[in-house]
Design a protein around this ligand. Structure first.
Ligand code: NAD
Length: 385
C-alpha cells in the first residue's frame, strides 16, 4: 500500500505520525511510504533519516494526498493553511485515514469521511484491552502528560520538592495530591516521588489503591459505598452525592497541599468537577493546580483551557497538548502505536482485508463504505447522508 505522512498543521503541534524506524518496518512489509519534506523537523527528525529508512520525500503536499491510499496523521483533519482546503477533502475518495479524529467533537469530519467513502480509524477509540496495548496512543500520550504535569508544577511552585536538612535549617518535602490514578495519574505519582515529594492520591476505583501504594504514595479513602466501576474496570459516572463527599474529603486535606494534579475522567462524559473555587481558597498561597482534564472542561471550576492563570494566590495550569512539549518520545511512541494498529488491521495473513469481527477493528473504525462503524459514534454523532 502507499502510505502518506503530511506535516502536522495544528498550531503548537510538534509531533509527526511516523518515525524513520517505523518507516523501515513498513517498507520491510512491502509498503511504500511518502513523507512531506520537513514533516519531522519539529521532532528533530531529519528528511535524510526518513530517506535512509526507505521513505520518498514529497515537497508538494497536494501531490502527497493524491498519491497515497493510506494517510497517517496525529491531529484531526483541519483546513490546510496553504491549500485552503479541509484535509479530509484532500484525501482520495475510498482511501484510508488513521489518526486522532475526536469524532464526538468533529461530526463534520465524520460526515466528510462517510460521504467520501473513506475508511477511517480513530486512535482514541482503540479499546483499552491487553491485546491492543501496543497500539494504545492515548495511554502513550497520557504517560508523557503525567510526567510533564509534575515538571510544569515544579517550575511554578514557590518551593522545592525534597526534604532538605541543611545547616540553614530543615525544609519539609512538598506535598503533591494526585486526583485520578489512571495512566496519567500513576505517572504523575511516580514522577513526583522521584523528585522527592510526599505524594497522596485518590481514585474511586478501589483496584488502583495497591498500584498507588506500590509507587510509595498514600491512598486517600472515601467512606462511601457506590458501584463506581464498569465490568471492564473503568470508572462509571458518579452520583452527585459521591462527588459531594469526595470534594469534602479531598478539600479537608487542601490546607496541607502544595500541588494538586487532576486527571479524573469518565469515558464519554464531561470530567467531574472535583475542585470548586471555595476549595482553591483553602490551598496554601503559592501552590499549584495542574488540570489535565482542561481540554474536556476541567476538573477544577476555575481552569482556563490552554492558559495558566493565578487565582486566590494559586497558579492554575490548564495547558493543552503536553505531549507536544516532548516531541522526541511522543513521536516515537505514537509512530509505534499507529504502525502496530495499521499492521493489525491490514496484513498478509488477512489478505489486507478488514475483519469486523475483531474488537480492535470494530472499535477503532469510525467510517467504512459510507457507514459509521463504531457503535458509540453512530449513536452520538448525527450526519446527513
Ligand atoms: P484514565 O482513564 O487512564 O484515568 C482517569 C482516571 O480518573 C481513572 O483512573 C478514573 O477511575 C479516575 N476518575 C474518574 N472519576 C474520578 C473522580 N471523581 N475522582 C478521582 N478520579 C476519578 O485517563 P488518562 O489516560 O490517565 O487521562 C487522564 C486525563 O488526562 C484525561 O482527561 C485526558 O484527556 C488527559 N490528558 C491530557 C493531556 C494534555 O496534554 N493536557 C494529555 C493526555 C491526557
Amino acid at each position: 500500500m502507499k502510505i502518506g505522512i503530511p506535516k502536522e498543521i495544528s498550531k503548537g503541534e510538534t509531533r509527526v505520525a511516523l518515525s524513520p524506524n517505523s518507516v523501515g518496518t513498513l517498507v520491510d512489509q512491502g509498503h511504500e511510504v511518502f513523507i512531506e519534506t520537513g514533516a519531522g523537523e519539529k521532532s528533530y527528525l531529519k528528511d535524510s533519516q526518513f530517506e535512509k529508512s526507505g521513505a520518498k520525500l514529497v515537497k508538494d503536499v497536494a501531490q502527497l494526498y493524491k498519491s497515497v491510499d493510506v494517510l497517517f496523521k496525529v491531529q484531526p483533519p483541519q483546513i490546510h493553511p496553504s491549500l485552503k482546503k479541509q484535509e479530509a477533502e484532500l484525501l482520495n475518495e475510498g482511501s484510508i485515514y488513521i489518526g486522532f479524529i475526536d469524532p464526538f467533537s468533529n461530526p463534520d469530519i465524520v460526515e466528510i469521511f462517510s460521504k467520501r467513502q473513506i475508511t477511517s480509524f480513530s486512535m482514541e477509540l482503540i479499546p483499552r484491552i491487553t491485546r491492543a496495548q501496543n497500539m494504545d496512543a492515548l495511554s502513550s500520550m497520557a504517560t508523557l502528560a503525567g510526567i510533564r504535569a509534575v515538571i510544569l508544577a515544579a517550575e511554578k511552585l514557590s518551593k522545592v520538592f525534597p526534604l532538605m536538612m541543611t545547616a540553614a535549617g530543615t525544609l519539609p518535602p512538598s506535598t503533591v495530591f494526585v486526583l485520578g490514578a489512571g495512566v496519567a495519574g500513576l505517572q504523575a505519582i511516580a514522577t513526583a516521588k522521584r523528585l522527592g515529594a510526599r505524594v497522596e492520591a485518590f481514585d474511586p476505583r478501589a483496584a488502583v489503591k495497591e498500584q498507588v501504594q506500590s509507587l510509595g504514595a498514600s491512598f486517600v479513602e472515601l467512606e462511601i459505598t457506590e458501584d463506581v466501576e464498569t465490568e471492564g474496570g473503568y470508572a462509571k459516572e458518579q452520583s452527585e452525592e459521591f462527588l459531594r463527599k469526595e470534594r469534602e474529603v479531598i478539600g479537608a486535606r487542601f490546607p496541607k497541599i502544595d500541588i494538586v494534579i487532576t486527571t479524573a475522567q469518565v469515558f464519554g462524559k464531561r470530567p467531574p468537577i472535583l475542585i470548586t473555587e471555595e476549595m482553591v481558597k483553602e490551598l496554601k498561597p503559592g501552590s499549584v493546580i495542574v488540570d489535565l482534564a482542561a481540554e474536556q472542561g476541567g476538573n477544577c471550576e476555575l481552569t482556563k483551557a490552554g492558559s495558566t492563570i493565578e487565582k486566590h494566590g494559586v497558579t492554575i495550569i490548564g495547558e493543552l497538548n503536553l505531549p507536544a512539549s516532548v516531541p522526541i518520545p511522543a513521536s516515537m511512541m505514537y509512530s509505534k502505536n499507529i504502525t502496530n494498529l495499521f499492521t493489525h488491521l491490514y496484513n498478509k495473513e488477512n489478505n489486507y482485508t478488514l475483519d469486523f469481527e475483531d474488537e480492535i477493528t470494530k472499535g477503532s473504525c469510525v467510517t467504512h463504505n459510507g457507514e459509521i462503524v463504531n457503535e458509540i459514534v453512530r449513536n452520538t454523532v448525527q450526519v446527513t447522508n
